[in-house]
Design a protein around this ligand. Structure first.
Ligand code: TMP
Length: 242
């Protein structure tokens, strides 16, 4: 397997074609952005940490029956994925109040919910990724009703698996964002990345933040915190039968 031409460079990853037409080579970069890319920092070691964390989480999800674009880890900062067309929605699942939910409804930090909350945001840098409901997404022909129900069901299943996996690492999964894509035969699969860039994680006991909030709020060292998440996942590694 060889990487060939660059398909695109995003905020944190480079995507390359390979000599297999249905596979893409993903390279995680040492870059962190906040405020929708307006703040951009080079952070040595970040790419390797996110890729390793993402591989552990996707391997776990695949083992539990979630259909994804993940194929295999290639190196500490590279992985092989199936080629998909990304659905332009950020699907957020929340188990407790934080971030934009906490600000919007003025509730206390980490107030627990009886059941998880699923929200969609429209992926658009120009519009600053606005909140979008199902009817709006259908009107804009982004998804149909059946697809919206499928996304919500998959997002909740993913939440359950990730919540349990992080709890083994003594971490509470407060909320996270995922993206989905369509394969060449029109199957919806989990795609993109799951890492401390796209999750809120707090220590189960101390409630200390172990995610990108330390970069967004400038309250800690991103590499130290992401390394801690990786160590905890490795030290609580489950046997995965793929
Ligand atoms: P929010 O509380 O700011 O809406 O974020 C919800 C979750 O989504 C949180 O875990 C962080 C993640 N997220 C991203 O991965 N990318 C983004 O651009 C934003 C705004 C949030």
């Amino acid at each position: 397997m060889k990487k060939t031409t660059l398909i695109k460079e995003g905020k944190a990853k480079r995507l390359y074609n390979t000599d297999e037409k249905d596979l893409v080579w993903v390279e995680y970069m040492d870059q962190a952005t906040a405020l929708n890319g307006k703040r951009k920092d080079h952070i040595a070691g970040k790419g390797e940490l996110n890729n390793q964390i993402d591989c552990i989480l996707f391997e776990q999800l695949v083992a539990k029956g979630i259909h994804t674009d993940f194929v295999q880890k290639l190196s500490n900062n590279e992985q092989l994925n199936r080629k998909v067309k990304i659905i332009p929605l950020e699907v957020v699942v929340r188990n407790a109040a934080s971030g934009s939910f906490q600000r919007k409804f003025d509730v206390s930090y980490l107030q627990a919910f009886d059941q998880p909350v699923v929200e969609f945001f429209y992926k658009s840098d120009e519009l600053d990724d606005p909140f979008i409901n199902t009817n709006q997404a259908i009107a804009l022909k982004i998804i149909d009703l059946e697809e919206s129900q499928r996304l919500e069901k998959m997002a909740l299943e993913i939440n359950q698996i990730l919540k349990e996996r992080f709890a083994k690492a003594h971490l509470q999964l407060v909320d996270f964002k995922v993206e989905f894509g369509k394969t060449a035969d029109d199957e919806i699969v989990l795609a993109d990345e799951i890492s401390p860039d796209s999750c809120r994680l707090v220590d189960l006991t101390t409630k200390e933040s172990l995610d990108k909030d330390v970069f967004r709020k400038k309250t800690g060292d991103l590499v130290t915190v992401y390394q801690e998440v990786l160590n905890r996942l490795n030290n609580s590694q489950e046997e995965v039968h793929v």
